[in-house]
Design a protein around this ligand. Sequence first.
Ligand code: DI6
Ligand code: FE
Length: 395
Amino acid sequence: MIFDRLLVNVNAATMVPKEGNGLGIIENAAIGIKDRQIAFVGAADALPKDYQAGETTDCAAKWVTPALADCHTHLIYAGDRAAEFEKRLQGVSYEEISRAGGGILSTVRATRAASEEELYELALRRLRTMLLEGVATFEMKSGYGLDLATERKMLRVATMMRDDMGLRIQRTFLGAHALPPEYANRAVDYIDHVCNDMLPALHEEKLIDAVDGFCENIGFSRAQMEKVFKKAKELGLPVKLHAEQLSNQGGAALAAEFGALSADHIEYLDEAGVKAMAAAGTVAVLLPGAFYYLREKQTPPVDLLRKHGVPMAIATDHNPGTSPTLSLLLMLNMSCTFFRLTPEEALLGVTRNAAKALGMDDICGTLEAGKVADVVLWDIDHPRDLCYYFPRPPV
Ligand code: DI6
Ligand code: FE
């Protein structure tokens, strides 16, 4: 076996669960990399006798994991919402701000006004911060344009970033995020515009990897989302949904009906919805940053998700309104403290299960031969340390 690079004297959390070893830990491991792919993972003494390595790195008995994956972000936008944060502290609710034309629509105004170059620069700065924490796989949503030109601009920025940075990036079309001002009180017409104009055009331009929506009383109804999902399926695009964040709309069950990759937030999800997700293989994406920032009280039904074997992922939901964090490591910690995940569940939630939520589990998310060599070396004594410390970048 010939490797370009070989990591030795290292402990590996492969994230391939084994009986009694949920993180698939291999102590004193070796990892061989060839052509940017993992060619060998195993105990060092299982290395083939005749191997050759271009470069060998002694990892000083520290730990490697697959690079982390942030499977739910709104990383591309202009402006900020710090003034709204201040208002909310004075007692005005997220819903009230949203109904008064602030909230998502204020970010839409700023994003429409920004050039493609400006948006790219802003997103790149955020991305670079996340890279410092070992994140190499991202989801990036549109949804702050709500018109064809701006949705296109956002998805083009995500595409350029993917191609420039050599990262794994899923580009998600979130046209059904909010009702734009030019369609005020015309939700039916807007959904038709999303389905008949925006989705087909942007798909034709090869800018969409997945389709999302905001199913909520301040977003779109289940029936409206169903229309969008039907169109997505017609075009052969996978779907996912912001579901049950502030109320139970039956969104997760709808998403599951369409074989969704994930249902995200899900604080208000009931057991019927959990069962539907389990049957469809839909991943539950938990977003403790938004839960924290909105000072929510209701936690997602983690016990039911466990009971029915629904895989759980964790993401930042980075966005200017409800989760302005760029720290996936902090989300690891919060998923343990707020949602009572075990460190093992949390770690699988930002690796293996996050990759599954992106439909990328065949290429990343675990340390296995054949996957991309997205490998992070951490200055820690045990994988659980990543959940324990407040965020610091020990990469
Ligand atoms: N749910 C969220 O958490 C974000 N979008 C959504 O549908 C919030 C987006 C924002 O407030 O700008
Ligand atoms: Fe979101």
